[in-house]
Design a protein around this ligand. Structure first.
Ligand SMILES: NC(=O)C1=CN([C@@H]2O[C@H](COP(=O)(O)OP(=O)(O)OC[C@H]3O[C@@H](n4cnc5c(N)ncnc54)[C@H](O)[C@@H]3O)[C@@H](O)[C@H]2O)C=CC1
Ligand SMILES: O=C(O)C(=O)COP(=O)(O)O
Length: 569
């Protein structure tokens, strides 16, 4: 039977008119005490998915941790729901787009438990190095095995960190305290903060794998981080290396991890999180949990008294605000634009967010660039130059730049803070320069390294509700930044289009639109040395679905192709 406790002592028949809050997981009472004077708070532990769906229609707020799956079905059933609060960081158990489309605000606690998660990582690091789990188990069985359980030291060893965000950075600082050398991979990391913490930034995961003695991942679980480390990556590691996961099950491919341990490609693992929790019988997750070379814990990263107090107070404060008509501080999906400004600024908010997304996906992936540590300039031309409140536009750029790599959900309240955290510097210029402007409005996004070198440009404009990119890097273009696109940088020579069409056609991929963007006049003139360079072009192909690496490789191998990138806008 489902145990039911009602924290305010009243049973289910709550007073009419008082908002009701459902808490189906163990959340620290500190925050709940703030809610009880205002709302009816029901703590109902161990609800099945069906029970949650049948009970949710009566509630205005739902507070969860990682165990409750807040699916589209739950959100559809929750007709009165106004807020879903995640008492923790990761929101991968919540269908955020479904919440957004139903007008339900999702909030989290972005930093309440990060110290706990970092400390747990260090606990697993030392436990794997010194066989703590095995030794304890053996002693409790009456054993006294000293020679079998000789460990390794972590001082002077190399720790590789993938994802140098809030948890990753705390792990780095702690590891430096243990005398470790720390290298990290995070294309969006703040280089200043990394330098100050004594962390070397490397440009790719594959580069660091042969070097590290320990590897730990601290990225969110996203399409781009799922199976980040698989068989190929494990094979590149030292046989003595150990891996740690206090992020999410799935960032290491679980079947590959079992194989890597069985075959001796690596020496051990410290694992806190699994693709199914608790691990389902007869899955790779359960093999990992039981593996003799693994120290496993049941998702305890955030389970400290202090972290639970922090996250509880953090999210309950926001639930209180939202249900009383105020603004949350860490909304995952709250609008970044206030209603009265909505109509006027909405197209530009969308345009600039897309320009930010395009920047990250095009320049960071193809040119091995960084977002953090770059200086961005937003230049508003035409009608836009007269807008006085451009805060939503600034927030839209931050949101676009970080959208594909972080759980830091940007809104108008937190944009400046997040930009600072990521080392992203943004200036805004209202250009009233006289001169011919082809469009009624135009936005230029210019990015430069700190020393002013390596300038990158994206320009775009809005016409009614339609958005256009009119310049990408050195190329003049006109395309709508929507859906999935392949951007090919190539020599503009006869036969190119046919070749690309053949590769896509052979994989059954439909081309929605195609456009060839040619070098702008300044760049053509600058290329005095090579006639062929004048013929450089970008080919922009709108396609009907994402393509896999095999297709991208096929395109890269086509004659005259300089580079290829897949973007999702
Ligand atoms: N086991 C547990 O109990 C806990 C687990 N977590 C997990 O830890 C994750 C990280 O949390 P925070 O540090 O607060 O998030 P964060 O958003 O501050 O940091 C994530 C970092 O990952 C980087 N990143 C994203 N994609 C990447 C890629 N492909 N390669 C390299 N770097 C990439 C981002 O640039 C960012 O710096 C959370 O999303 C959550 O899933 C967090 C708290 C407790
Ligand atoms: O905050 C996070 O992302 C966590 O993984 C913590 O999960 P939990 O609240 O302990 O179920």
């Amino acid at each position: 039977m489902t145990p039911i406790a009602t924290s305010n002592g009243t049973a289910r028949g709550v007073a009419e008119g008082r908002p009701r809050i459902l808490i189906p997981e163990k959340v620290s009472p500190d925050g709940m005490a703030m809610l009880e004077p205002h709302f009816d708070v029901d703590v109902k532990l161990g609800l099945t998915p069906a029970e949650l769906i049948s009970q949710i229609p009566g509630y205005h707020g739902l507070i969860v941790r990682s165990e409750t799956k807040v699916t589209e079905e739950v959100l559809t059933a929750g007709k009165k729901l106004r807020v879903v609060a995640r008492a923790g960081v990761g929101v991968d158990n919540i269908d955020v787009p479904a919440a957004t489309s139903r007008g339900v605000i999702v909030v989290n606690s972005p930093s309440g438990n990060i110290l706990a998660a970092a400390e747990h990582t260090i606990a697993l690091l030392l436990a794997t190095a010194r066989n703590i789990g095995k030794a304890d188990g053996s002693l409790k069985q009456g054993g006294w095995e000293r020679s079998k359980l000789v460990g390794i030291e972590v001082g002077r060893k190399v720790l590789g960190i993938v994802g140098l965000g809030k948890v990753g950075m705390n792990v780095a600082r702690m590891a430096k305290g243990l005398g470790m050398q720390v290298i990290a991979v995070d294309p969006y990391a703040n280089p200043d903060m990394a330098r100050q913490a004594g962390v070397d930034l490397a440009s790719s995961l594959k580069d660091i794998l042969p070097t590290v003695d320990f590897l730990t991942i601290h990225t969110p679980l996203l399409a781009t981080t799922l199976d980040l480390v698989g068989e190929e990556e494990f094979k590149l590691m030292k046989k003595t290396a150990r891996v740690l996961n206090v992020a999410r099950g799935g960032v290491y491919n679980e079947a590959a991890l079992v194989k890597a341990l069985d075959e001796g490609w690596i020496a051990g693992a410290g694992i806190d999180v699994f693709t199914s929790e608790p691990p389902k019988a007869d899955t790779a997750a359960s093999q990992i949990a039981k593996h003799p070379k693994v120290v496993a814990t049941p998702h305890l990263g955030a389970s400290t008294i202090e972290a639970q107090e922090n996250v509880s107070i953090d999210v309950c404060t926001q639930v209180l605000e939202i249900l009383q008509g105020g603004l949350p501080t860490s909304a995952v999906n709250a609008p970044i634009i206030l209603p009265e400004e909505y109509r006027k600024l909405q197209p530009f908010v969308q345009l600039i967010e897309k320009m930010g997304r395009l920047y990250t996906q095009h320049f960071v992936r193809t040119k091995g660039g960084l977002v953090g540590g770059r200086n961005f300039e937003l230049i508003y031309h035409g009608d836009l130059a007269d807008m006085s409140n451009t805060k939503p536009l600034y927030a839209a750029l931050v949101k676009g730049l970080v959208a594909s790599f972080s759980d830091s959900h940007v809104n108008i309240v937190n944009a400046t803070l997040i930009a600072k955290e990521k080392g992203i510097k943004i200036s805004e210029t209202h250009s009233h320069q006289a001169g011919e402007l082809t469009y009624a409005n135009l936005v230029t996004l210019r990015a430069r390294a700190e020393d002013g070198r390596g300038q990158q440009i994206i320009e775009g404009y809005a016409s009614g509700k339609r958005l256009y990119i009119s310049k990408l890097d050195r190329f003049n273009a006109t395309f709508n930044p929507e859906g999935t696109m392949i951007i090919l940088h190539n020599y503009d020579e006869p036969g190119k289009i046919g070749g690309v069409g053949m590769v896509l056609g052979s994989h059954g991929i439909n081309i929605r639109f195609m456009q060839v963007a040619s070098l702008d006049e300044d760049s053509k003139q600058a290329e005095t040395d090579a006639v062929r360079r004048e013929n450089e072009a970008l080919m922009i192909l709108g396609i009907d679905r994402p393509v896999d690496e095999e297709v991208m490789e096929g395109l890269r191998r086509s004659e005259g192709v300089l580079d290829v990138v897949l973007v999702q806008l």
